[in-house]
Design a protein around this ligand. Structure first.
Ligand SMILES: [Cu+2]
Length: 256
């Protein structure tokens, strides 16, 4: 076998092996990985982070391989003198089809693999933990209005206890907004006439940005909020205090 046909055969085989190994690796992940993924969904942000890392790693590997091949070909087939004329190889249909089909197969395999993982994660994310706290949200131009289970209202500042999954049931009184908490990797539209939801797992006390991620009008960029995660005891104190204030206000209205 000549060196050239050996190289052709090898390159075809490597391509086929690469393409075939991706779906095999995916299907061999099996039930164990599924259980690990379900455990991970208790913190959805970690699942999204992992998916992001996977995409970055995959495109980096592919990018480096393509850059190396390109650099190698540029050097190997460079013009060595100004008047050098090239001698193109004879057209080889198998090689032409191989170099087209195999990369397509490799890329599509990886695309499907990553898309399937994202789909799986999304489906698990739609199942909200039973021990959640549910807060209602009505969005409007240009504010976020939260109502807690005890009737307490808050505007643009969402206070929650650390260590408890928080679910927002959302709607809108005017146009489509999108409640985005970047640090928790969650974003969902709120729209008139429809109830949507999102949830996240606050762990440590701290403050995080909330913003509107759907262009909703000229003041859209001012539609910011703050997520305040409080130690459990501090939250309970604030929550009960606000409920008492609300009860007092209602009593005063009734007396007047
Ligand atoms: Cu908005």
């Amino acid at each position: 076998m000549s060196a050239r046909s050996l190289a052709q055969t090898l390159s075809l085989r490597i391509g086929v092996l690469l393409a075939a190994s991706l779906p095999v690796a995916w299907t061999s992940a099996g039930a164990g990985e599924h259980e690990a993924a379900v455990a991970k969904i208790k913190d959805a942000a970690e699942g999204w982070n992992e998916l992001w890392r996977e995409v970055i790693i995959d495109i980096t590997i592919m990018g480096v391989i393509f850059a190396l091949v390109t650099a190698y070909l540029l050097v190997k087939y460079r013009r060595r003198s100004p008047d050098q004329e090239g001698t193109p190889p004879k057209f080889n249909a198998a090689l032409a089809v191989g170099w087209t089909v195999i990369p397509v197969f490799v890329f599509l395999s990886d695309d499907l693999f990553v898309a399937a993982k994202g789909w799986n994660l999304w489906n698990m994310y739609r199942q909200v933990p039973a021990e959640r706290m549910e807060i209602k949200l009505e969005s409007g131009m240009y504010s976020w209005d939260y109502v807690y289970p005890n009737g307490v209202h808050a505007q643009n500042e969402l206070r929650v206890p650390a260590g408890k999954p928080i679910m927002l049931r959302m709607t809108s009184r005017d146009t489509i907004h999108s409640h985005f908490i970047p640090d928790f990797r969650v974003k969902e539209d709120s729209m008139p006439g429809r109830v949507t939801y999102l949830w996240f797992s606050p762990k440590e006390p701290g403050e995080h940005v909330i913003s509107c991620a759907a262009y909703c009008g000229i003041m859209h960029s001012y539609m910011m909020g703050k997520l305040v995660i409080m130690p459990d005891q501090d939250f309970t104190k604030w929550y009960d205090g606000e409920a008492a204030k609300l009860a007092d206000a209602k009593k005063n209205v009734a007396l007047n």
